[in-house]
Design a protein around this ligand. Structure first.
Ligand SMILES: Cc1cc2nc3c(=O)[nH]c(=O)nc-3n(C[C@H](O)[C@H](O)[C@H](O)COP(=O)(O)O)c2cc1C
Ligand SMILES: Nc1ncnc2c1ncn2[C@@H]1O[C@H](COP(=O)(O)OP(=O)(O)OP(=O)(O)O)[C@@H](O)[C@H]1O
Length: 417
């Protein structure tokens, strides 16, 4: 699979690469945050059509997302999203690099990652589609039913279908809403610590219609597809990991670099890898979780240009890092069952000393001593175990940590059958 990073110029024009002089392509467009099962359905359709027609399967990925660019502009007098705001957006479920890795697994031939900005956004959907046909050789455009594109988001599926009929140069293939239907999520999601141990249940499941109406009103809810990134975010904010993973069709994960903590964990007999605040992925609600820790090794430096085959002012062609898949594979020597903590280490807080909220992970590695400082790790969440608690002393916490480790090991082993 090939990946091109494309920077629109000041007037919003993209210098599209030539994919082939002979082959046509099937294209889809979007953000694909989380690469949940709805996104997978759209991309699978692209790959299926491309194979049937002997075309390339192409994903045009908007990174940063249009939503971020436009909401920043709305609150900053129409300004572009500055570079320093680009990384580590706290609401983003998944880094673009991870979305691209999953696209590769689905059989995509080419990802064109566009550095979305206001100049690019100002182009009409007719202009945008015209360039896809003219420059990329697009034969078919695949879209979900609610997709929109172009200035003012005026290119909805109806308008795009009319353009297809009028020009006859491409066809539109619409993917119906995939998944088990619709649900309600609050417009503004506040993290809600579950009342007690174990995976929390769905608050809507046993409600009457009247109760549900009152609940959705009280929480200022919007109706969304079950298979949507908004629903995944809401589920993670409520500790409902099983439900989030069911929507995703893969295990939810946060990635980041391991930094130094207080070094108390080792004394307690439960050393932890502390994940940097600069992590990638939305942080689930405070609590203790069962999951996996994967050592992704030392991060590649920007100067490692072996994955960069061509560049000019507006285009970079990259290839995916194959080492990643090997480390992530089930049964890999870099993967350990893990007890995961998100919280503020209340047991050790005192009047004068409060700790910041951290993600820390006790990898259950037996007698192996893991030196992970400076490595990138991936923390995969399988199940919510319990809320954080202030224990009377370190001994009481250690007893609980032993239980957390035993529970986590069992759940991780069960997850691989
Ligand atoms: C699985 C797990 C569960 C945890 N649960 C709690 C908890 O309930 N209350 C608490 O105060 N700290 C909890 N912690 C955090 C510990 O206090 C922390 O790991 C320890 O102080 C070491 O921190 P350090 O790595 O910064 O030295 C937990 C840590 C892990 C790994
Ligand atoms: N559950 C689903 N069923 C079918 N198509 C979907 C589903 N979810 C998203 N899509 C489609 O996937 C493509 C990419 O979506 P994109 O990530 O840009 O935004 P989205 O529709 O807002 O997704 P989400 O709501 O999950 O953030 C679009 O064509 C969209 O319509």
């Amino acid at each position: 699979m090939k990946i091109s990073r494309l920077e629109p110029d000041a007037s919003g024009i993209v210098n599209w690469p030539t994919l082939s002089t002979t082959k046509k392509c099937v294209v889809t467009v979007g953000v694909f945050d989380g690469m949940h099962r709805g996104h997978q359905a759209v991309i699978q359709r692209v790959v299926q059509l491309a194979h049937q027609q002997g075309d390339f399967a192409v994903v045009i990925l908007f990174d940063p997302s249009p939503k971020r660019v436009h909401s920043y502009a709305a609150s900053h007098s129409g300004a572009e999203l500055p570079d320093q705001e680009l990384r580590n957006h706290e609401d983003e479920l998944m880094a673009a690099s991870e979305r691209i890795r999953l696209m590769k697994q689905l059989g995509v031939d080419w990802v064109l990652s566009i550095s979305y900005n206001l100049a690019f956004a100002a182009k009409s959907f007719r202009y945008f589609i015209g360039t896809l046909v003219g420059k990329l050789g697009m034969r078919t455009l695949v879209l979900g039913r609610d997709a929109t594109m172009g200035a003012g988001r005026s290119g909805n599926v109806q308008a795009v279908e009319e353009l297809s009929q009028a020009t006859g140069v491409f066809t539109l293939d619409i993917v119906d809403d995939a998944g088990p239907g619709y649900t309600w999520v609050p417009q503004i999601v506040h993290q809600q610590v579950p009342d007690g141990p174990g995976e929390p249940s769905d608050p809507l499941v046993e409600m009457s219609k009247a109760e549900m109406r009152a609940w959705t009103k009280a929480h200022a809810c919007k109706k969304v597809r079950m298979w949507s990134s908004s629903n995944v975010r809401y589920l993670l904010a409520s500790g409902r990991i099983h439900a989030a993973n069911a929507v995703l069709g893969h295990t939810y994960a946060v990635e980041g670099e391991v930094v130094h903590g207080e070094k108390r964990g080792r004394e307690l007999g439960y050393p932890t890898a502390n994940v940097s605040q600069e992590h990638e992925g939305y942080m689930p609600v405070d609590g203790v979780y069962a999951g996996w820790l994967v050592d992704l090794g030392k991060p590649r430096q920007d100067s490692d240009s072996d994955n960069q085959s061509q560049s000019d002012n507006h285009t970079q062609t990259l290839t995916a890092d194959p080492g990643h898949d090997v480390r992530l594979a089930s049964g890999s020597v870099w993967r350990w069952p893990a007890a995961i903590s998100i919280g503020t280490k209340e047991t050790f807080a005192s009047e004068g000393k409060q700790y910041e909220r951290v993600l820390e992970v006790n990898a259950i590695a037996g007698d192996n001593w893991l030196d992970l400082y400076g490595h990138r790790v991936r923390v995969e969440f399988l199940s919510y175990l319990r809320p954080q608690k202030k224990y009377p002393d370190a001994d009481a916490l250690v007893k609980q940590l032993a239980q957390d480790a035993a529970d986590s090991l069992r759940i991780a082993q069960e997850s691989v059958g």
